[in-house]
Write a protein that binds this ligand. Structure first.
Ligand SMILES: [Mg+2]
Length: 215
């Protein structure tokens, strides 16, 4: 388990989809628009039960590989108008971010989503962050977290636990995405919360048990 470095500033990373934001209705509608434009049947209801991996990793289930880049570009265009306005913060998201700041910490968002669209989401809901890194997944999230000096990463997917591990950060899992509490525990998360409403208390307890987290 990672420990906070005495004197180092607290930096907490958050995943975006199904950790900070409920993006399911907008993502489903964007896939439905892609299906209507291309004439290709896409099970958008299934897709939104397994959000986390990059867009291209989902599109290969529905399109031949040679079309994936073109469809991904179109999806990202439509996404701005369809999915961004439809997103809402998940319960406790604003308070979780505020809790980090209340302890003098930095907030970074590390997400598999296309960075510019992730930025539009955050602007839409009015959640300010200190850094945003998009288009990273699993081990790559670890590189991003390490680069930002994050000692905690909060996410809803098993890939987020992998990312935290790769950065030697604490993996805090929230059961607001595809996985329940038991599955997240079995996957080795350091802490498992039902949702972000429990995060401020968890953070306070974590910091109380760690040496001088804020320089
Ligand atoms: Mg997620």
């Amino acid at each position: 388990m990672a420990a906070l470095t005495p004197g180092a500033p607290l930096t907490v990373g958050f995943d975006l989809d199904m950790t900070l934001l409920d993006t399911r209705p907008g993502i489903k509608a964007t896939y439905d628009a892609i299906a209507a434009e291309t004439g290709v049947w896409i099970d958008s209801a299934l897709i939104v039960t397994r959000l986390g991996p990059p867009l291209e990793a989902e599109l290969v289930n529905w399109f031949p590989e040679e079309r994936v880049d073109e469809v991904a570009d179109r999806y990202r265009e439509l996404y701005v108008h369809i999915a961004v306005p439809a997103c809402v913060p998940l319960p406790g998201a604003r308070e979780a971010v505020a809790a980090v700041r209340g302890h003098g910490g930095r907030v970074v968002v590390v997400t598999g989503k296309h960075g510019p669209n992730a930025r539009l989401h955050l602007d839409h809901v009015g959640i300010a962050v200190d850094a945003l890194i998009g288009s990273v997944w699993a081990q790559q999230k670890g590189d991003a977290l390490r680069g930002e000096g994050a000692s905690v990463y909060v996410g809803d997917h098993l890939g987020d636990i992998t990312g935290a591990r790769a950065a030697d950060a604490l993996a805090v899992a929230v059961a607001t995405g595809p996985y329940g509490v038991r599955a997240l525990r079995e996957a080795g998360a350091d802490a498992v919360l039902p949702d972000l409403t429990a995060f401020p208390d968890w953070l306070a307890g974590h910091l109380a048990s760690a040496p001088s987290p804020v320089g």
